[in-house]
Design a binder for this molecule. Structure first.
Ligand code: B3K
Ligand code: ZN
Length: 891
């Protein structure tokens, strides 16, 4: 398959003014009639009309009323070309598709008897022939016709302008979207659905209709999505002055969906996972995710829909920006400073856990990629989460007001247009009167930059020199990197742990702010602080002010000091993570050494002897006891870096040694902190009515992390607590935590608890997903556990959520079992990738990514991984999606 390059961008030859579509919806054969009013683009290079179409039956094609014969156009490889076309064209196209056979879930498909569409990135071409590219924006009118009994609800973008009955038990609905949009934002839904609706008054006084559509029986699970939508609308008005531009806004939930959700204009389509919630079936994390995703899709209405991307290389223009907006929205919804810090820590954890490895692996790409084979493979944590960090850096550099001015200018200039990341950067630079030329490198260079810091304090002159040195490792296609423009937020702590005034050399006096954003633009720079009364402990990269790895040799004592005192909550947490990581790496090395020496009786003894260091336990105890800190924050501090996170710190990854070391550390901490954990568990017990708010969910998080440590002790008393919580929980958060604790313990009742859970929630697909995940990631699970679960009647590879709940959870979330020495985990992975490749290439390609860090592992594992990769590579009918991932992994 060919590679597409950003540098090859060419303007469309024809632009579309309006599109009229008629659908005769039948699951086995749907007829689509499309009328496209187009004009030659003065910027285009010729008079050839270029349309894309895939898996379509072309019934008839008419140009300005004249039927085209096969000789009048060329149709090959999914591209239909009509050469020598006049300046003004009305193109009429009749096609048919087979939605019930569409297992890729792209284009028009059927899920549980209802019709849905997914067009981003290039799914519209599976519905009709069209210049399916985001820089072709047009107004759409859509007529839907279907059997009234089977499909009583007919929805599309924009406003409903007409509906009525037709002969033979059929009916119709006509929708008109008043805004120009690219084809990827087209949507239709038809089926047997019900909705919760509310009228909402905008700040301007205009009233809008809000609807959340679900399958019958789920109306008791829509309130949180509705509340989240209302909060999103209000927030975008307040924070960015952006108003909902439609009179009607709909969210529809569907059980079969490739990703999280889709921002189709006025008709957002969501994975049920990000809509349906009530305390019985959803955890605190689900509630938070729903708020974030509802916000995200809603915010796209401006950042993505009103202003869209010129081409798919610019994807982060809308995605990075919209993730940043949803992160800020969630933080503002919590409202407190400490709550904001918790949210920030959560987001950085995702970045480090998923994006840093991507940036260091064979699929590494810049935030604005230069090439791709299959665009769907580039909806990545780099484009989304690193992209959001890049947007956050504008705000850090320009300030909140400056950033807002930049956003205002962006909309002033580009409303209704399809633009580039450079246009966004120019708006920021012009509004803030800043030179952001060098900042472009965040878009063009891949890899995670390193910032090494060194400090030198001179007591005599009372000056502190902070030297920052940046570098960036080589990534595929990019050997040498140029320096980035990096905002580094810094504070200095005195010996009592207080923030010191900051005065840079040359400044008249210290600024009021005790955090200073230094701008690192050269490979190496020294910043000199004067009037520094005593030798400080530096707090560097506060709030994680840039997506980099900070290298600074803190002593253990300094880390414990920062954990106890830093006014920057992020760095307080970070200090604990550094301390834990350092120790975990030491223990991992000890496990490897012991294994090498041959006769290991028990790692417990070996590790117990080698490391009696209590610095971490002591520091954690102080945090745990500090009731001035939010429970949510204490929970984050108590949570050790994941096995994946530790793996990324190693030259050669040894998943089993990491697992043993981390488990040992959890047991040690459980022993050292037993009484405090028990006290926290009891203090945070929150009976009474469930609420997903930050305070209540923080308490549950702390309580449940305490429980998970305590069960490591295998004491009767604790196992009884877990069993009791499992039996009495009045919400899914506590229930699932208890079930997890039991499953990972030796409790007698664990099998019964798992069975009880299944039968209680058998009818709740999203809960059964959790049931599969819990078992796939359980400590005693191995590939055979997962193989057995895959034969369970409730398992299906065809439903993406279910596939992710079992297969992805095991391959990505249970490293020590997946990387079993016999290679059986990899063999299983290869089978599943091949099976999914046949039905759903997009989901298959995601799973294919599970082995892309194979070169980092021990030689024995590498060999087996390579074998599995080659097995997939050699299988027939490999999709473009999977082929790209496998080829890049092996190259
Ligand atoms: N824009 C969609 C993602 C579409 C993915 C296509 N493979 C959801 C979102 O980011 O909001
Ligand atoms: Zn998005």
């Amino acid at each position: 398959p060919p590679t597409i390059y950003r540098k090859d961008y060419a303007d469309p030859t024809y632009l579309v003014d309006t599109v009229e579509m008629g659908f005769d919806l039948e699951p086995s054969l749907t007829r689509v009639a499309t009328r496209i009013f187009m004009q030659r683009n003065p910027a285009g290079s010729n008079n050839e009309i270029v349309l894309f179409g895939e898996e379509l039956e072309l019934v008839q094609l008419r140009l300005n009323g004249k039927v085209l014969r096969a000789a009048d156009y060329k149709l090959a490889g999914g591209v239909l070309r009509i050469p020598g076309a006049p300046a003004k064209v009305v193109l009429e196209i009749e096609t048919t598709t087979r939605p019930d056979r569409n297992t890729s879930l792209m284009g028009l498909y059927v899920s549980n008897g209802n019709f849905f569409t997914q067009c981003e990135a290039e799914g519209f071409r599976k519905i009709t022939f069209f210049p399916d590219r985001p820089d072709v924006m047009a107004k759409y009118t859509v007529m839907l016709r279907a059997d009234k009994k089977a499909f009583p609800v007919l929805l599309s973008n924009g406003n409903l302008i007409e509906e009525g009955d037709l002969p033979d038990g059929r009916h119709y609905a006509k929708w008109e979207d008043p805004f120009k949009k690219p084809s990827y934002l087209f949507a239709l839904v038809a089926g047997n659905l019900v909705c919760q609706e509310e009228k909402y008054r905008l700040k301007s006084g205009r009233e809008v209709l809000l609807q959340v559509w679900v399958e019958d029986g789920n109306l008791d699970k829509t309130q949180h999505a509705m509340d989240s939508l209302i909060n999103s609308i209000r927030w975008d008005e307040e924070r960015f002055g952006l108003e909902l531009d439609l009179d009607r806004f709909m969210i529809v939930a569907v059980g079969d969906f490739n990703m999280g959700a889709m921002e189709n204009k006025g008709l957002n389509i969501f994975n049920t996972k990000f809509v349906l919630a009530n305390p019985r079936i959803a955890t605190d994390i689900d509630f938070a995710n729903i708020e974030a995703v509802v916000g995200h899709e809603y915010f796209h209405n401006w950042t993505g829909n009103r202003v869209t991307c010129r081409d798919w290389f610019q994807l982060s223009l809308k995605e990075g920006l919209t993730v940043f907006r949803d992160q800020e929205f969630s933080a503002d919804m919590i409202g407190t400073d400490s709550g904001r810090a918790v949210k920030r820590i959560d987001d950085v954890r995702v970045l480090r856990q998923a994006q840093f490895p991507e940036d260091a692996g064979p699929m590494a790409h810049p935030v604005r990629p230069d090439s791709f084979v299959e665009i769907n493979n580039f909806y990545t944590v780099t484009v989304y989460e690193k992209g959001a960090e890049v947007v956050r850096m504008y705000q850090t550099l320009l300030g909140r007001d400056g950033f807002r001015k930049g956003m205002d200018l962006y909309f002033e200039r580009h409303d209704g247009q399809a633009v580039t990341c450079d246009d966004f950067r120019a708006a920021m630079a012009d509004a803030g009167k800043r030179d952001l030329k060098q900042f472009e490198r965040w878009y063009s260079q891949s890899g995670t930059p390193r910032v090494a810091a060194g400090v030198h304090y001179d007591a005599k002159s009372r000056t502190l020199e902070l030297t920052l040195e940046q570098s960036c490792p080589a990534t595929p296609g990019q050997k040498k990197k140029q320096p980035f423009h990096i905002p580094v937020a810094v504070g200095l702590l005195d010996s009592k742990g207080r923030d010191m005034p900051l005065r840079l050399d040359g400044e008249k006096s210290a600024a009021g702010d005790t955090t200073r954003v230094l701008e690192l633009t050269k490979a190496r720079q020294t910043f000199r602080f004067t009037d520094v009364a005593e030798k400080p402990v530096p707090s560097i990269l506060r709030g994680f002010s840039a997506p980099v790895v900070l290298q600074y040799e803190y002593s253990d004592a300094e880390l414990a000091f920062l954990m106890a005192h830093d006014s920057d909550a992020f760095n307080r947490w970070e200090a604990g993570q550094r301390l834990a990581t350092r120790r975990l790496l030491k223990l991992t090395t000890a496990v490897q050494a012991a294994r090498q020496s041959g006769h290991v009786v028990s790692f417990e003894t070996v590790l117990g002897n080698q490391d009696q260091d209590s610095a971490l336990s002591d520091a954690l105890r102080i945090t745990l006891r500090d009731e001035t800190l939010d429970a949510a924050f204490r929970e984050l501090v108590l949570t050790l870096p994941s096995e994946t996170m530790i793996a990324e710190q190693m030259e050669v990854i040894d998943p089993h040694a990491i697992h043993i070391a981390r488990q040992f550390m959890r047991r040690t901490l459980a022993r050292d902190l037993r009484d405090d954990l028990l006290a926290a568990y009891k203090a945070c017990g929150t009976p009474g009515e469930y609420s997903p708010d930050a305070d209540a969910s923080g308490k549950r998080a702390l309580k449940n992390v305490a429980l998970s440590y305590l069960v490591e002790l295998d004491e009767e008393e604790v196992l009884t607590l877990a069993q009791k919580q499992n039996d009495e929980a009045n919400n899914m958060t506590d229930r699932l935590a208890a079930l997890g604790a039991l499953t990972n313990s030796s409790a007698a009742g664990k099998a019964a608890a798992l069975e009880g859970f299944y039968s209680e929630f058998e009818k709740e697909a999203l809960v059964i997903d959790k049931w599969f995940t819990l078992q796939a990631t359980a400590r005693n699970a191995d590939v055979n556990t997962v193989r057995t679960l895959a034969t369970h009647p409730a398992f299906s590879l065809k439903n993406p959520n279910r596939a992710r709940s079992l297969i992805f959870s095991f391959c990505n979330g249970n490293p020590s079992a997946f990387h079993a020495l016999d290679g059986n985990g990899y063999a299983f992975w290869a089978e599943q990738v091949i099976a999914l490749n046949g039905s759903n290439p997009q989901v298959a390609a995601r799973l294919a990514r599970s082995l892309d860090r194979w070169r980092k592992y021990t030689p024995a594992l590498q060999e087996k991984m390579r074998h599995a990769l080659q097995q997939v590579a050699a299988s027939s009918n490999l999709s473009r999606d999977v082929a790209e991932v496998i080829t890049k992994s092996l190259s």
